[in-house]
Design a protein around this ligand. Structure first.
Ligand SMILES: NC(=O)c1ccc[n+]([C@@H]2O[C@H](COP(=O)([O-])OP(=O)(O)OC[C@H]3O[C@@H](n4cnc5c(N)ncnc54)[C@H](OP(=O)(O)O)[C@@H]3O)[C@@H](O)[C@H]2O)c1
Length: 348
């Protein structure tokens, strides 16, 4: 971070397919000064999320990103200068923030409520970017409320080594389900089985993936937590049981696809199976469920303290490397929650 400089990465152009370097623009402005009843937050960590790729498109289910404005995401920040009585330099705040060095805040979140301070005694200050934050909450709602997963059922999770999938699988284990995780390659499969305690891990990159998945689900699939779509969905689909539930969380394998017409039409088969097997295929957007965040944080905080939830993080040094890391994440070349270190963390 340059002294008295505020770097920001702007959204320069809507990508066609995989984002290019020219779709992002790094600018420098003077460090902003907080006005009366404002404070300046220094960004320490920036979490990268696949949803940003969808929001780069003109039409999507979440508000599209505006061109020439900073990209944004969940950030861990430290109060740097404050003209607000309730916030002092050094306070840690997790909030929606820019891909940048600093932001000015009036101390209120998007819901108009005061921004909560993060108590470092609660654990790692990066946990609210994933297990204690939006991705953990997404796993919780998707699995338990949308998917209605029950003890003894077979739950299949795609994107199982990622931020949402790894949490969904661990919650399913806590709830007594038999959990089959789908991940790419030996290392990620070993991680979800040996470290996270999934019952079985199946590698979607194997040529015999569909057969291996079938063998891993001898009683079929009761809940399929959909994170990736595409060929993985094709392999899970025939295994769905009568009354199976499919919480549709994301389809990250298709976010860079430009020609959606070219994707094979699964609709007739999907409708027939939905009827015959009485399937529930339900999309959900986590912002519709924010009222349940306190329940989640209480429960997940307990699981974390008891050592029942584990996680993996991949740190990237330097704001300027965020676009490259973002692309690597979309291509599943990263391993664990991708977190950009923008500036020095406060001493604990
Ligand atoms: N509905 C909502 O409100 C909501 C909220 C948050 C997130 N989401 C969605 O949840 C999903 C997971 O997000 P995340 O934060 O967990 O992302 P993440 O940490 O980047 O993980 C994504 C996972 O997707 C897998 N993946 C990527 N490309 C794939 C492909 N072509 N085929 C198969 N698997 C592939 C990767 O598997 P490997 O690394 O094993 O290859 C990776 O583990 C995304 O679709 C995201 O948009 C939805």
């Amino acid at each position: 971070m340059a002294d008295n400089k505020n770097r920001m990465i702007l959204f320069a152009a809507r990508p066609q397919g995989e984002p290019k370097a020219s779709d992002f623009r790094l600018i420098e402005t003077p460090t902003p000064e907080p006005g009366p009843n404002e404070m300046r937050l220094r960004v320490v960590y920036l979490g990268l999320d696949p949803i940003i790729r969808l929001r780069m498109n003109a039409n999507t289910y979440w508000p599209s990103l505006e061109l020439d404005k900073p990209l944004n995401g969940r950030t861990v920040t430290v109060v740097d200068k404050s003209n607000l009585p309730d916030y002092a330099p050094g306070d840690v705040i997790v909030t929606q923030g820019p891909w940048g060095d600093y932001m000015i805040s009036n101390g209120k979140g998007m819901d108009g409520k005061p921004l909560p301070k993060f108590d470092p005694a609660r654990g790692s200050i990066t946990a609210p970017l994933h297990v204690l934050g939006i991705t953990g909450f997404t796993a919780y709602i998707g699995l338990l409320e949308i998917g209605q997963a029950k003890e003894g059922e077979t739950v299949v999770i795609s994107g199982a080594s990622g931020a949402v999938g790894s949490m969904a699988g661990q919650i399913a284990k806590i709830k007594g389900c038999r959990v089959v995780g789908i991940a790419g390659g030996d290392a990620k499969c070993a991680f979800i089985k040996n470290e996270l305690g999934f019952d079985v891990a199946v590698d979607y990159k194997r040529p015999d993936f569909a057969d291996a998945l079938k063998a891993a689900c001898p009683k079929g699939v009761d809940v399929y937590f959909e994170n990736v779509g595409g060929a993985v969905f094709d392999a899970v689909f025939p295994l769905l049981n009568l009354h199976a539930r499919v919480p549709v969380c994301g389809t990250v394998s298709e976010y860079n696809v430009t020609d959606r017409e070219a994707i094979a039409d699964k609709m007739p088969a999907l409708l027939l199976a939905t009827l015959g097997k009485r399937l529930t295929i339900k999309g959900f957007v986590i912002s519709d469920h924010f009222a349940r965040m306190p329940d989640f944080q209480r429960e997940a905080g307990g699981w974390l303290r008891e050592g029942k939830i584990k996680y993996k993080e991949e740190f990237v040094e330097g704001l300027e490397n965020a676009p490259k890391a973002f692309n690597a994440m979309l291509k599943a070349e990263t391993f664990g929650k991708v977190i950009v270190k923008v500036s020095e963390a406060p001493k604990r």
